[in-house]
Write a new protein. Structure first.
Length: 218
């Protein structure tokens, strides 16, 4: 029987890359055994969070909750709105967990300034407050917040909310969502509103508005 790729000398074996004397023989021949690919540890991209609250105890509690998660990293803390804006500019966190009522500058004003930075891929703000007030919700959304949660929410909801907002989605506390739905449902149907302004448009102007409504430009 003819041997396949038989190496007749030790020198030939050691000079051939990928072969060694410990490899199995098949019919008296050295067999090329595929090298296992190097296992490269994937670099996990942690969600970088900035904690903003004037109460040190609240910040410490939030840090304990978040740092227990494998994919969340607390990169800084701030005790008021001014510090929050400065820290956001410097650290560029993925998510800013923002209280509302704070000295020097409140969380809503700080949220407006952070949103004005124009960082669409980072520095997304979640308002975290004790007060379930509609004016806070509306003002937070107008200021550019990506989420609104209550401090009484379970820790699991806080963690899930941070992941949702970090992924680019919006988030509202369930009770807030319910009130917004009720308020929306109580509004009159747009079809019942006066269409006189639309009738005043030229055919071309109406065509342009229809294209804009479909998300087109130019």
């Amino acid at each position: 029987m003819t041997k396949v790729s038989t190496m007749t000398s030790k020198a030939a074996t050691t000079d051939f890359i990928g072969l060694d004397q410990h490899r199995p023989r098949v019919f008296g021949a050295w067999v090329l055994r595929a090298r296992a690919p190097a296992v490269q540890e994937q670099t996990r991209m942690n969600i970088r969070v900035l904690l903003v609250d004037d109460e040190n105890l609240v910040r410490s509690g939030s840090r304990l909750i978040l740092e227990a998660e494998h994919d969340i990293e607390v990169v800084g803390e701030a005790a008021n709105g001014v510090e929050a804006v400065d820290a956001t500019k410097k650290l560029d966190p993925d998510v800013v967990l923002m209280d509302v009522q704070m000295p020097v500058k409140d969380g809503l004003a700080a949220t407006h300034e952070i949103a004005a930075l124009g960082r669409t891929e980072s520095s997304r703000v979640i308002i975290l407050t004790t007060f379930e007030l509609d004016e806070y919700v509306y003002e937070a959304l107008r200021a550019g917040a990506s989420g609104f949660l209550l401090k009484r929410a379970p820790a699991a909801d806080l963690v899930a909310g941070i992941r949702i907002v970090a992924a680019g989605e919006a988030l509202l506390a369930p009770s807030v969502t319910r009130r917004l739905i009720d308020r929306f449902a109580s509004q009159p149907s747009p079809r019942s509103q006066d269409l006189s302004l639309l009738k005043a448009l030229t055919e071309r102007e109406r065509e342009v508005f229809e294209l804009i409504a479909q998300g087109l430009s130019n």
